[in-house]
Design a protein around this ligand. Structure first.
Ligand code: AMP
Length: 393
């Protein structure tokens, strides 16, 4: 590969390891894939190398074997003897401490482990992924890129919860926000689509996927976002409940005899689109069922679009007006229905959807008419590329 600068991006979950290998000279991905069901008997390793897709089944008892299997395939195809220059790690929660990406030291790993108090489903796996990769690549820089970092400086009035202040301070209880690399990326791409500098724009970014969050981006900076101390708050999601009255939690614990683990499981894994529809957490299945007349699937779909619209309205106020609205992630990028339903009641803001561009176009584009006062864009997100860029920076 000659003088190429290679950055390996890793995203470790509790039983998964996603990877993406970037040639940062050209900013292109040369290989990507995902090991799933690690530690659960037969695991799957799916990957695309130089455009060719492959899927293999094999036992992968821990993340170490998963990383070894990935590296073996990279070395026999694209890497050969070319060294990897750096490894970038996606870390979900940076707690109150990390407002920027950071070169990983033992102290950083311990902090990531400690901030599991805010992200118990994510941070332990992220830390384990870092330890595994540092053992495999002891001589290259490893960088942690936090999902929370972009929102680090949202103002106090947007991040403070109405509980006793001393407790907020004692435990770092506040809004942190997530999907930061995605919001930052799509806001920047939107500015490019508008041919205007990001520092001159008020943008509402809508990351609508399995997890969903909306962000108010004021002249390039996040000033509010819908997720909270954890990724549970805000819009309803695939299986997460989004914002609910906290008293619902007490009531269900009492009447359904649920302990801490059971209620956490219910709110994170059995609620949202899945819980309301009883059909699926997958939006494509919700759309099929709703179109076939399933009332609960329709309700789930309506609630999602209603929640997104509520946040856009709120953030238009937060930003004192809005220049652009951006849709991204699985649902935001692909569902013409969601975009058209959300935009249908934004005419008061000056949104005029171009239905043909919404329905027929593909990829990154503007989907409003030339006369629309607010420009609406679709931008497929690219969190891995952002992590690779941060690693280089
Ligand atoms: P993400 O978390 O960004 O990967 O998004 C996953 C969500 O996007 C799932 O609910 C999918 O059903 C949804 N999705 C993916 N492709 C489509 C599509 N073509 N139309 C509607 N929803 C889609």
């Amino acid at each position: 590969m000659g003088e190429t600068v290679l950055v390996l991006v890793l995203n470790a979950g509790s039983s998964s390891l996603k990877f993406n290998l970037f040639d940062m000279g050209k900013e292109v991905s040369v290989a990507e894939g995902n090991a799933e069901r690690i530690g659960l008997g037969e695991a799957n390793l799916a990957y695309t190398i130089e455009g060719e897709k492959r899927k293999e089944a094999m036992p992968l008892p821990t993340h170490r074997e998963a990383l070894e299997a990935i590296l073996e395939r990279l070395r026999s195809t694209v890497l050969h003897d070319t060294p990897i220059h750096a490894v970038g790690h996606r870390v979900v929660h940076g707690g109150p401490k990390y407002g920027d990406s950071v070169l990983i030291t033992e102290e950083v790993i311990r902090d990531v482990e400690h901030f599991a108090m805010y992200a118990p489903l994510h941070n332990p796996a992220n830390a384990m992924g870092i330890r595994t990769a540092m053992a495999a690549f002891p001589d290259v820089p490893h960088v942690a890129v936090f999902d929370t970092a972009f929102h680090h400086n949202i103002p106090d009035h947007a991040r403070t919860y109405g509980i006793p202040y001393e407790l907020s301070q004692k435990y770092g209880i506040r809004r942190y926000g997530f999907h930061g690399t995605s919001h930052a990326y799509v806001a920047a791409r939107t500015a490019i689509l508008l041919c205007r500098p990001l520092r001159s724009l008020r943008v509402v970014t809508c990351h609508i996927g399995n997890g969903t969050s909306i962000c108010a981006v004021d002249h390039g900076k996040s000033v509010d976002t819908s997720m909270g101390m954890t990724p549970l708050q805000g819009v309803i999601m695939g299986t997460r409940c989004g914002t609910i009255d906290p008293s619902v939690v007490e009531m269900l614990m009492e009447y359904e005899h649920l302990d801490y683990n059971a209620i956490t499981d219910l709110l994170n894994k059995k609620s949202g689109l899945l819980g309301i529809s009883g059909v699926s957490s997958d939006f494509r299945e919700i759309e099929l069922a709703a179109d076939a007349g399933n009332d609960r699937a329709r309700l789930a779909r309506d609630l999602l679009t209603y929640n997104v619209r509520q946040y856009i309205g709120a953030y238009a106020t937060v930003l004192n007006g809005v220049d652009a609205i951006t849709f991204t992630a699985g649902i935001g990028t692909h569902s013409t229905y969601v975009r058209s339903k959300v935009c249908s009641k934004l005419s008061f803001l000056g949104v005029e959807l171009d239905h043909e561009a919404n329905e027929q176009g593909t990829g990154e584009r503007i989907i409003t008419t030339p006369g629309s006062r607010v420009v609406v864009t679709v931008v497929p997100t690219n969190e891995e590329l952002m992590i690779a860029r941060e690693t280089i920076r």
